[in-house]
Design a protein around this ligand. Structure first.
Ligand SMILES: [Fe+2]
Length: 365
């Protein structure tokens, strides 16, 4: 039987929707939330709004990029020691990924690392997700990618990680710096493309993915190089739609192979995913030709070759690296990269072998 589309999160989108957080907290009878956010957010105008509108709250501001399981454990300790009854995550994908796991650790008595063996949630507090970047889509997914003590990145997935409410206010993205905008925006674009060619795609995800691909493709350059309100709005919507799509399909090899580039060369997530996108686009076109042709058409290309070129052009136009030499990867690293990139996800339209990855690395050099 085919899977049915499932997303239990209440989604609120629009400029100034941030203010709706307070009504949602009231409706959920939240008395003392834990705000998980980046340090810089505490000096923002929106943080003052939290202070004005929330009589009591605790905050945890120590979330790094590619958050570690230890960070999640420290935030969960605050949740439990201070008796908080909700988690509000305000930030980029890293904050979202950390905050959703924290919300599932109420009185758990365990470490987040234990979830990799078995996700047993004793008690859960509601999670309110407010993304400040247009990219990860994590506010509407059940996935959390955390970094383990050995430096490896691994995905946790559980229905327990869904946000109760996701509020996507494009105004929160206005002050995001250029490189973060580029990296998170291209992540959204890749997530949409990967959802579209996924073996798990279904009519609902196709609709969301198509809208996301179109919106991201036509607004990303503008938002990175000369942002205005309309383009920011469109990219926020693209990111949400990509999330609504890949929440149900998962991602494919661009994502699974990205972890190697982040681990060894410190490449930011969105760029690490995007660097292989043009290559996999052509590789998958042999198995998923119709979908790849449709993607080409959305980009205004008539052939797969042209589509691949358009994708590379898009990366260049926003300052994303397109070659392995550019990111400081020596050829001598290829064997360890091949080994790390071998994992095939069930959603992949076509399985890749060690030989395929070797060919990819050579072509991307
Ligand atoms: Fe991603």
């Amino acid at each position: 039987m085919k899977a049915k589309y499932f997303l239990p999160t209440k989604v609120i989108f629009g400029e100034k929707s941030f203010q709706q957080l307070f009504g949602e907290l009231k409706d959920a009878n939240v008395a003392k939330p834990l705000v998980v956010c980046g340090k810089h957010f505490t000096s923002s105008f929106k943080f003052s709004s939290l202070e004005e509108n929330l009589p009591v709250f605790e905050s945890f501001t120590d979330v790094e990029s590619n958050p570690s399981t230890q960070t999640v454990d420290r935030a969960a300790q605050v949740l439990n020691e201070k008796g908080c009854d909700a988690v509000i995550g305000i930030g980029g994908g890293s904050v979202m990924d950390a905050a959703k796991v924290v919300a599932a650790m109420k009185n758990s008595g365990k470490k987040s690392e234990d979830f990799y063996r078995r996700i047993s949630v004793k008690e859960k507090v509601p999670f309110f997700a407010l993304p400040t970047t247009s990219g990860s889509g994590s506010e509407v997914t059940k996935y959390s990618v955390l970094t383990l003590p050995d430096g490896s990145k691994k995905t946790l997935r559980s229905d327990k990680f869904y946000a109760k409410v996701a509020i996507i206010d494009p105004e929160l993205t206005y002050t995001v710096p250029r490189e973060t905008t580029a990296a998170s925006g291209i992540d959204a674009f890749c997530q949409a493309v990967e959802a579209y060619w996924s073996r798990n795609a279904m009519p609902e995800t196709d609709k969301f993915a198509q809208e996301a691909i179109r919106l991201a493709y036509h607004n990303l350059f503008k938002v990175v190089n000369d942002p205005d309100k309309a383009a920011r709005y469109n990219l926020s919507l693209a990111s949400l739609r990509a999330g609504q799509a890949f929440s149900n399909t998962g991602t494919t090899a661009c994502h699974s192979t990205s972890y190697a580039f982040t681990k060894y060369y410190g490449l930011v997530h969105g760029f690490a995913v995007a660097i292989t996108l043009p290559w996999f686009f052509e590789f998958y076109s042999l198995k998923s030709g119709e979908k790849c042709m449709e993607i080409s058409n959305i980009l205004g290309a008539k052939t797969i070759r042209q589509g691949r070129e358009k994708l590379t052009e898009l990366l260049r136009s926003i300052g994303a690296p397109t070659g392995l030499e550019e990111i400081g990867c020596p050829r001598s690293d290829f064997p360890k990269l091949v080994e790390m990139c071998l994992v095939n996800r069930p959603a992949n339209p076509r399985k890749h072998t060690a030989k395929d990855i070797e060919r990819m690395l050579n072509e991307l050099y």
